[in-house]
Design a protein around this ligand. Sequence first.
Ligand code: UD1
Ligand code: CA
Length: 466
Amino acid sequence: MNSSALVLAAGAGTRMKSSHPKVAHKMLGKPLVRWSIEAARAAGCTQVVTVIGHGADEVAPLVADTQTVLQAQQLGTGHAVKCAQDLLSSQSGSVIVLNGDSPLLTAETIKEVLSTREASGAGAVVLTMEPADPTGYGRIVRDAEGHVTGIVEQKDCTPEQAALTECNSGVYCFDCQLMLGYLDKLSTNNAQGEYYLTDVLSLMRADGHLVEAVVAADPNEALGVNSRRQLAQATKIMQRRINGRLLDEGVTMLDPDQVWVGPDAAVEPDVELLPQTYLWGSSSVASGSVIGPNTRLTDTSVGHDCVVEETVAIEAVIDNNVSCGPRAYLRPGAHLCDGSKAGTHVEIKKSTIGKGSKVPHLSYVGDATIGENVNLGAGTITCNYDGVSKWPTTIGDNVFIGSDTMLVAPVNVGEGALIGAGSTITKDVPAGALGIERSQQRNIKGWAVEHAQKLAEQAEAKKRRQ
Ligand code: UD1
Ligand code: CA
């Protein structure tokens, strides 16, 4: 059956003490609100609606693949749902309501809540949990038979209710149309003066509708991120979840606590991840490669049997058997072909380094196309920018470039050419030629010895004068 998901993401998140809306804060490189949206999609929700409000300008682009509705004033979770009622008016089945600040929730758990409602025909199913510290969460109130009768917010609890340990995760599955009918019955007659979505459950129950609960197997799943402490806590839990899976799949880590892999990164078996490695975005690493230490790859692919050490790479493509670093910086559009090398203190931007070609030390390569089996000597620089525009450099196969060469673009070096060390190349070098640009060297016989003598005599004379 098709079902909808409604993600509540309009709150300010004052406890974050941030100038950015809470749901835009990232966990392992992904904004909090995206975790909820993607979990809902993975659980099979065909329609996803996001309620945005606080910091809407910043949140809207993050949720552009969903239907969005603006809650201009945040009057509570019940009011947030009401803002979305028009978008949900054609949903005759289930709607899952999620908070935009619960990034540890899995698609499996959402499916369980959904299937519980669909099997029982309940008006509402709430996901509950028993967290180590229930402070701040709404408490689940059950009757003598164990049926859920309602949810009481911490601030509205009697001391007796505050002692209850079963809490509301903020995840619900409702009979969509039935739930919408209750929104006008909510009041702000509570400690926070807000329209509470949680009150829908007690109202349904009072009218004789079935209200059910699913107890989360792992209380961490519904951890709400309301503060920086909770963000760090959630990040640690997700890091352990992802790294645990990778270890099970055959990835080696010297210390899994010092490796951060984002949810969309792919790592094959027989990869080794060394400490202080970060794999963000859509990065991928194929088998046999060793990444780290001190390496951050963002939206970068690495082929098999590479060594990528102390490297920062953004939107780069690294093919197979490539050696990179220590201290390499690959910027967008860098492409290192099979068997190539970007060595130490090397920066490469929007350039292809052909098969077997090497840029071993202290170089900048920008807007360049380098053929196969090329060697760039230490300190080779493509001068690609004239202060106004960027210009290309092309280097043919089997070229040898001596150290400390400036290639002033636009410039072409033909196949098999050789460039003398220390040259500033401003004109094309034909295939097979020697390009050399340097002044003649003079050797003056005995000059250094005589010079040293002269200095010694001057020092002696100065001493005598004193
Ligand atoms: C809510 C629940 C509480 C539950 C907890 C779980 C209510 C009344 N309380 O409390 O029982 O234990 O979640 O984490 O629902 N939001 C809006 N518009 C608003 C208010 C909130 O979109 O007007 C969004 C927030 O951005 C957030 C979510 O709804 O993503 C929950 O709001 P929050 O203020 O964090 O609720 P809690 O007090 O945590
Ligand atoms: Ca919350």
